[in-house]
Write a protein that binds this ligand. Structure first.
Ligand code: 5RP
Length: 260
């Protein structure tokens, strides 16, 4: 059955399975958003069902909350959890310092709040997400709908003096209408090509009125788990400065594939 998955999906499956093994009984776990994080939620659901793993999950989006409930994970709010033992999430890009661009799925605000509430943050990704310098993937910023065109103008002005290569900004769409986040806000995608100083840009963007949050995750990620289509998996720990390798097998009996 696993043979029907594309190499990229196998890579996401692999990274997610390795990360799911980090979750221990009794943990409060932040559950990310996106296709890689969805694999994580399915793997955790399988552990809940097969091993009786008891965890409380704090989802970063309504989509993730729905999937988590479907697979039998107990869902609580961040206000109930207050702090989290571990968050596992995907990313659109990560660099050598494990700084990230996130928000491709539009959940960056909840994802950043949940990451900041966590003792440990683990990113799961396929190797294509790794970059030397952040910025090829458009940087999402969440803006409130009131006066969003004025906010866009202010961001355009900010970018003139920022260390970036591109300056195009687009309003994210959902079909014919502007995309709305779970908070009812819009997303502006900043096509920057290359971000010379991500830390400085993240701080400057968050000082603009109308900008709620930006998709640069600086110093938030502790580990990245990179999955490959052949089952290899690499874990980089930024705090320990270690890199380790492992291999995940695609068991034909794996229930997750039959759910697809
Ligand atoms: C959602 C995100 C996702 O983690 C990011 O877009 C990666 O998604 P995928 O795993 O589908 O590639 O930040 O807001």
């Amino acid at each position: 059955m696993s043979g029907e998955l594309s190499p990229i999906d196998k890579a996401k499956y692999t990274a997610a399975k390795q990360a799911a093994a980090l979750v221990e009984d009794g943990m409060r776990v932040g559950l990310g958003t996106g296709s890689t994080a969805a694999w994580l939620v399915r793997h955790l659901g399988e552990r809940v069902r097969d091993e009786g793993l008891r965890i409380k999950g704090v989802p970063t989006s309504t989509r993730t909350a729905e999937l988590a409930r479907d697979v039998g994970i107990e869902v609580i709010t961040l206000d109930e959890a207050k702090t989290l033992n571990l968050t596992i999430d995907g990313a659109d890009e990560f660099d050598g310092n494990l700084n990230l661009i996130k928000g491709g799925g539009g959940a960056l605000l909840h994802e950043k709040i949940v990451a900041a509430a966590s003792e440990e943050v683990v990113v799961i990704a396929d190797a294509a997400k790794q970059v030397g310098t952040l910025g090829a993937y458009p940087l999402p910023i969440e803006v409130i709908p009131f006066g969003w065109t004025t906010t866009q103008m202010l961001v355009e002005e900010l970018l003139v003096s920022a260390d970036v290569m591109g300056r195009k900004i687009t309003l994210r769409q959902n079909g014919d209408t502007p995309f709305r986040t779970d908070e009812g806000n819009h997303i502006l995608d900043l096509h920057l090509v290359r971000i010379g100083n991500a830390r400085q840009l993240a701080m400057a963007l968050n000082q603009m009125p109308g900008v709620v949050e930006n998709g640069l995750f600086i110093d938030l990620c502790d580990k990245v788990i990179i999955g490959y289509g052949d089952g290899r998996v690499e874990t980089r720990d930024i705090n320990e400065g270690t890199v380790s390798e492992d291999r995940i097998s695609f068991a034909d009996s794996d229930n997750l594939f039959s759910d697809l």
